[in-house]
Design a protein around this ligand. Structure first.
Ligand code: G1P
Length: 298
């Protein structure tokens, strides 16, 4: 069985839910505390032992590529002004030279199509897929836990969490089969089902380990929900020939493609940071408490 050493991070989406901010900047560069959203997915991938990341980008996303490069002027300004701590933290975040590739999705044809655009760079290897809008938060990275489970199960692995029954139409939903230790067998998948027909409340949280045969299915470019080429449909097809397992993530995932998820993530990550927590806890509590009467009245 081959190890998972490559990851795809799709960053081509337009981010219309964050207009006007995303008129001139990619949504993946919005900050959670002091790091862009995309940095969290990259950290999670490297923590899990990934060695190469393929970004599937689109027009107006060039700042993402620049962000992961050296900024010589900044380096010399920081070192001349003796800001060595800031310099060191920038250097810690810098990926190894050659460990990232960038390819373009020319048209917004769906997540399945974005993944397919990375096929030549991934080649014939299993790969991780991390959707950067979905920011995972837990004691241990979601992908690190998945890689560990994958080493036992092989096949394909999808991270899941429980959602409110009324929210099944926002996500891919899996059907639960027999338990396998830290996970369970997946017996079905459906993209954004109405609550009445959803097979469970286990939603796909945006983390996957997939076998390269999924590219052969995506190659057919079949359209699904929303007239898009859906990854969930391709995985369902592949599940006729290969095993699919679910990894229930024990942390929590913030949907940073939505305003509320993005704001919650900022609060959660700020409170988890030792250097910030004490400065923001009281003011945040005061703001929230002072709003309680309004909430009750509404
Ligand atoms: C995609 C997937 C869906 C998954 C979701 C997580 O949907 O198709 O199965 O639950 O990401 O964010 P999208 O958010 O692109 O509509």
């Amino acid at each position: 069985m081959k190890d998972v050493k490559k990851a795809i991070i799709p960053v081509a989406g337009l981010g219309t839910r964050f207009l006007p901010a995303t008129k001139s900047m990619p949504k993946e560069m919005l900050t959670i505390v002091d790091r862009p959203v995309v940095q969290y997915a990259v950290d999670e991938a490297f923590e899990a032992g990934i060695e190469h990341i393929v970004f599937v980008t689109g027009r107006n996303k060039a700042t993402i590529e620049d962000y992961f490069d050296i900024q010589p002027e900044l380096v010399s300004t920081l070192s001349q002004s003796g800001k060595m701590e800031q310099l060191a933290s920038l250097q810690r975040l810098l990926p190894r030279a050659g460990s990232m590739s960038f390819t373009r999705q020319q048209s917004p044809l769906g997540l399945g199509h974005a993944v397919w655009c990375a096929r030549d760079i991934i080649g014939d290897d299993p790969f991780a897929l991390l959707l950067p809008d979905m920011v995972t938060f837990g004691k241990r990275g979601c992908m690190a836990g998945m890689v560990e489970l994958y080493e036992r199960t092989g096949g394909n692995l999808i991270a899941v969490e429980q959602c409110d029954p009324s929210d099944t139409n926002k996500y891919g939903i899996v059907a639960k089969g027999r338990d396998i230790g830290k996970g369970f067998e997946i017996t079905g998948m459906v993209e954004k089902p109405a609550p009445a027909v959803a097979p469970s409340t286990y939603y796909i949280n945006g983390r996957y380990i997939l076998q390269p045969e999924v590219f052969d299915i995506l190659e057919k470019q079949e359209r699904g929900a929303g007239n898009e080429i859906q990854l969930t449909d391709a995985m369902l097809h592949l599940s006729n020939a290969q095993d699919f397992f679910a990894y229930p993530f024990e942390g929590r995932t913030f949907d940073c493609g939505s305003k509320e998820g993005f704001i919650e993530a900022n609060v959660a990550f700020a409170l988890a940071r030792a250097d910030i927590r004490d400065r923001v806890f009281e003011p945040l509590r005061d703001i929230i408490l002072s709003h309680e009467p309004t909430t009750e009245a509404a």
